[in-house]
Every structure is written in structure tokens, then in C-alpha cells.
Design a protein around this ligand. Structure first.
Ligand code: SAH
Length: 567
């Protein structure tokens, strides 16, 4: 919930405007501003104060306890010019909230947290537990001092600056990434340990098992194996135990989910210690080991039973380490200009440690990448090799962004990449503004009814197939957007395709041409099937042909939403 606090009529109006466009907002009006803020502080995870920053500092100071628990606080000035992330930039999410509020109110977000402002990733923003001296290590990161990265595997970390490396001197501060418990290196002046969620804990429990027995067993198994409880990604069990209160409570205590698998699935998992008791009770010879191993990985703790005094054990546990999952983000950059690059695409570029793409697209975003980002650029062609290398890097555990113009899934890299990708990586798709949509906005409203995109490139598709699709679109009276319409070596396809459409459409049918959309040499025009000069069309152009109902209105292409055209 986001608590809103305002002192003046203008502030209140801004608060109400914000509440209208951002969900989960509640305006606090407790009589005095101080009382409102105090109540919101108690009840909300985040606050937006339409007050001077100084006033908020005075009111919030006595309420501050700890940056992990305190709400994130954003201040907005009366003129709605700035949204300032004042407190809880990372932990409280104020930096991100400042961006949301700024976007909603047309203000500029102001973020002063050093890691966000300078391109060094916040080590506490990965969703992993951190231990140790985060502040000291972050300071060294920011100061450019050598910092040693001690990761026990390749993890999908964001790019780290050049002063971070495995070979830093022994007395440098350390970023450790591990699920193993252990003493920090005494030579290091400061260590921060990140706990990646690599461990799956399989658990079995008899009906009515006490939660202390289950939780105690899990904790003992982890501690004895030298493993951090903060690296547990989930508890896993068999379907029949999905509602067992002790398992649910243990999962809650560890801050993870309880995942339940069907007995048949567990019965098929080879385990070192099968037994007949669970087979009779729930239909699988192993619960704990099989549930831990079902997704693969290395068995670190074989089945272990609880040992309560004076009665039979009611719980079993087993622990598996899974290989870190790399991350592949498929990021569409939009048609060209920066303001059509989505905030999510921008965030994914900064989440990656490796960016793979065509050199011309990398040039579009190079300044947005974090210092230290590894860049794998290739020239035109070699799409499949590029896709394969992105997938291979993600499978090795890296955080990879594969970039392309428009949308990454439209005549682009997402399909060759996903054709190669296995279940061992996380894939994040980021939609981009594809050329057809960018063109549509320039031309008017040509896509107001059913429409189709057709690529005229016969490099990968035989012309017969393309022709069949154009004919079908012509017959079905679909609005058609042609991608890859014409190049120097491919100049007869567009006239041919237009000829096929003309068999079913009037010569006066509106046709929109949009060139280099949102780039410096952008131009667009609305003409007709009969009058289109195809020599103006090249490979940075899309051509949008209207259907039989499309009209030019005041120079704009308009396809009515129904087939009843009203004048
Ligand atoms: N993934 C891209 C399409 C790649 S195919 C997207 O979703 O937009 C390449 C074709 O897209 C080009 O030949 C051209 O027809 C079209 N295109 C891409 N960007 C464009 C732009 N800025 N202006 C006009 N056409 C564009």
C-alpha cells in the first residue's frame, strides 16, 4: 500500500491525481500532517509526501528505525516538478517509486543513492539475502578501489565495474557469492556475502508432525552440511502433503514456498535411499530425496530423519544444490528513439552482464549499459550464431540481454534463441514497440481493424510461401503491414505484392509509407495503391496497405473499427 500525505489543496489534488493512475494509493487525512505521516508510516510500505523535503525529514526523523524495515519515502513539490526519493531508496523501493510517481505526474525523478546514480549495481537489489558489511564494500565499489569477487560458480550477476575481479589483492574487500557458511577471510577488511537461492530442501512429514520438529530438522541438516538457510529456494514435497501445516509453517519460517509434486513423478526419480513406508502411505518410495532431486542437481544431504525423544520420527529431509540458473532477457529496443525504449527494456539492459546484438543496435544503447558490461556484437547476418552464443552464455550462468530493434520477437532474435534454449535458464521477454505500431501512430489509425504483418524478405522464406500469404491477406481484406519491403537487390517483390492486393482493392485504397521511424531521417506519407512510388521504399521502411474500408481523412489513414463506415 502507498500512503499519500498532503498539506495544501494543490498537494491534495496532486495526491488524488496520483491515486487515479497508480493502484494501491491511500490518502491519509488524520487532522495534522504529522499524525497522517505517523499513521501511514505504520500502515504502508511506501509513502508519497506532497510536502517540502525539509518538512518530511523533520516529521520522519523520530520514526526512523532501520533501512530494511522503514518505508520508502518519496517527496513531491507543490509544482509537481520533482519526485525525490528521500528514504529507503533500495530496501523501501523509493528509487523505483520516484520513477513511477514522476511518470504519473509528469515530474522528474530525483535519485541520489550512489549506486543508482553511478551505474554500480546495488548488491542488495538482486533479491538475494546479503550478510556482512554491505556499506563498506559498496563504498569501495564506488570509490574504484579493488574489490575481490569470490563466487563459487558463475551466477547471473549484473555487470560489475572494472575494479571488481577474482584477482584483486588479498587485502581488498570481498564480495562473496555462495550458499556455503564459512568464516570471512580474515585478511579482507570487509566482506559482504550474497546468498544465491541454489538449494532445494525436500521434506516429508507424518500427519500432525509438530512444526518445530520439521523446522528443527531442516535447520540442523543445513547447518551440519555448512549451508546457509538464506540460500534455500523452496521446500519441496509430495502432493499429498501440500496442506500439511508443519510443512507450510516451516516454509513460511524460511521465507520460501512449499512446492508439491505428484507422487508418480517422485516415484520415477532415482534416489539413494528408497523405502517402503512412504510407498504405502503416499505412493512413492521417496518423498524428501525425490522432491529435492526432481529438478536435477547434486544431493548434498541424503535422507535424514528427525530424532525426537521417546517417539518415532515424524519428519524427513534431504538437500540438493542446483546449478545457478542463468538469465536470458530478450529485449526489444523499439524503432530507434530513446523515448520509445521502454523503462523495462532499460532496466534489463542494466541487469545484464553480457549484451549480445547487432552493432547498430548496440550503438543505440551503449551509454545505458553499466560500466563493465561485456559486449558481444556482430555484423548483419549470422543471426543463428548470435542467438546460439546468447543462449550458451546464459546456460553458463550469466545474465545476458539479447537485443534487437522494435520487438525482439517480431522477425527478430527471440525465436532462434528460444529454439535453442533449454529449461535450465530463466527467460525474460521485454516487449518493444514494433515497426508496425510505430508506423501506425505516425500514419493515423490504419490498424483499427484486423491486420497482418508480412515480411517480403525471401532470404529465409521461399517466394511462393510469401505470395500465398499475400493472396490470402488480399482475399481476407486484412490491412497489411509489409516489413523488409524492398532493398537494392530485392526490388520486384513489393510491386508484385501490391499487385496481388490490387486484385481485391480499389486503386484509391490508402497506403502509408513510414521511413526510419523515430530516427533523425524519419519521414512518412499517406498515398494510394495506384500512386505509391515504390522507389521511395527501402529496408528501413514499412508499408501499410489499407483494407477496402480504410479511408484517408485529413491526410491520415483511418481504418474503421467495424465495416459500417459512417461519414
Ligand atoms: N524486430 C523489428 C523488425 C525487424 S525486421 C520490429 O519489431 O520492428 C526489419 C524491418 O523492420 C525493416 O526492414 C523495416 O521494414 C522494419 N523497421 C524496423 N525499424 C524500423 C523503423 N525505425 N522505421 C521503419 N521501419 C522499420
Amino acid at each position: 500500500m502507498i500512503g499519500l500525505i498532503a498539506a495544501t489543496a494543490a498537494g491534495r489534488r496532486a495526491a488524488l491525481d496520483l491515486a487515479e493512475s497508480v493502484g494501491g494509493c491511500v490518502l491519509y487525512e488524520e487532522g495534522t500532517v504529522a499524525a497522517s505521516l505517523a499513521r501511514a508510516w505504520e500502515e504502508c510500505g511506501q509513502l508519497v509526501c506532497f510536502l517540502a523535503a525539509g518538512a518530511v525529514v523533520r516529521l520522519a526523523a523520530p520514526l526512523l528505525t532501520d533501512k530494511r524495515g522503514d518505508p520508502g519515502v518519496v517527496c513531491v513539490d507543490e509544482g509537481r516538478r520533482f519526485a525525490v526519493a528521500l528514504l529507503g531508496g533500495h530496501g523501501g523501493g523509493a528509487n523505483a517509486l520516484a520513477g513511477v510517481v514522476a511518470a504519473a505526474l509528469g515530474a522528474t525523478p530525483v535519485v541520489t543513492t550512489a549506486t543508482d546514480a553511478t551505474g554500480v549495481p546495488g548488491l542488495d537489489t538482486l533479491g538475494w539475502h546479503t550478510e556482512g558489511d554491505l556499506a563498506a564494500v559498496t563504498r569501495a565499489l564506488l570509490d574504484g578501489d579493488p574489490v575481490r569477487l569470490a563466487a563459487d560458480a558463475t551466477y547471473p550477476l549484473p555487470a560489475l565495474p572494472a575494479n571488481v575481479g577474482a584477482d584483486a589483492p588479498a587485502d581488498a574487500p570481498v564480495i562473496a557469492v555462495t550458499d556455503r557458511l564459512g568464516q570471512a577471510d580474515p585478511a579482507a577488511p570487509a566482506t559482504v556475502t550474497l546468498r544465491p537461492r541454489t538449494l532445494v530442501v525436500g521434506v516429508g512429514a507424518s500427519r500432525g508432525a509438530p512444526v518445530e520438529e520439521v523446522l528443527g530438522l531442516v535447520e540442523a541438516a543445513l547447518a551440519d552440511a555448512g549451508l546457509s538457510r538464506h540460500s534455500v529456494s523452496c521446500l519441496a514435497t509430495v502432493d499429498a502433503k501440500a496442506d500439511e501445516p508443519a510443512l507450510l509453517a516451516a516454509a513460511t519460517a524460511l521465507g520460501v514456498e512449499l512446492v508439491a509434486h505428484p507422487a508418480e513423478r517422485l516415484a520415477a526419480v532415482p534416489v539413494p535411499n528408497p523405502s517402503s513406508a512412504p510407498l504405502a502411505a503416499v505412493g512413492t518410495p521417496s518423498v524428501a530425496e525425490a522432491a529435492a532431486l526432481v529438478g536435477g542437481g547434486e544431493l548434498l544431504v541424503a535422507k535424514r530423519k528427525s530424532a525426537p525423544e521417546g517417539r518415532p520420527a515424524m519428519a524427513t529431509v534431504a538437500v540438493v544444490r542446483r546449478a545457478p540458473r542463468g538469465r536470458l532477457a530478450l529485449v526489444g529496443l523499439g524503432p530507434g528513439s530513446r523515448d520509445l525504449l521502454t523503462p523495462r527494456a532499460r532496466a534489463e539492459l542494466r541487469r545484464a552482464s553480457v549484451v549480445v546484438g547487432l552493432d547498430q543496435y548496440l550503438d543505440q544503447v551503449r551509454d545505458l549499459l553499466r560500466p563493465g558490461t561485456r559486449i558481444e556484437e556482430t555484423g548483419l547476418g549470422a543471426e543463428e550464431a548470435r542467438a546460439r552464443s546468447a543462449v550458451r552464455l546464459a546456460a553458463e550462468g550469466h545474465a545476458v540481454a539479447l537485443i534487437g530493434s522494435g520487438d525482439a520477437g517480431v522477425y527478430a532474435m527471440a525465436s532462434p534463441a528460444l529454439a535453442e534454449a533449454g529449461p535450465d535458464i530463466d527467460v525474460v521477454g521485454v516487449p518493444g514497440v514494433t515497426a508496425a505500431l510505430a508506423a501506425s501512430s505516425l500514419l493515423g489509425a490504419p490498424l483499427g481493424h484486423d491486420h497482418v504483418s508480412i515480411s517480403l524478405s525471401d532470404l529465409h522464406t521461399p517466394w511462393e510461401v510469401i505470395e500465398r500469404r499475400v493472396r490470402a491477406a488480399a482475399e481476407a481484406d486484412l490491412v497489411v503491414t509489409f516489413y523488409n519491403p524492398r532493398s537494392r537487390g530485392r526490388d520486384w517483390q513489393l510491386p508484385k505484392a501490391l499487385g496481388l492486393l490490387a486484385e481485391h482493392r480499389d486503386p484509391a485504397t490508402p497506403v502509408g509509407v513510414a521511413h526510419a521511424i523515430s530516427r533523425p531521417d524519419e519521414w512518412s506519407t499517406v498515398t494510394t495503391l495506384a500512386e505509391l512510388d515504390v522507389t521511395t521504399v527501402d529496408m528501413t521502411t514499412v508499408v501499410v496497405v489499407g483494407n477496402t474500408a480504410t479511408r484517408a481523412v485529413a491526410g491520415r489513414m483511418v481504418t474503421p473499427r467495424g465495416y459500417r463506415w459512417q461519414t
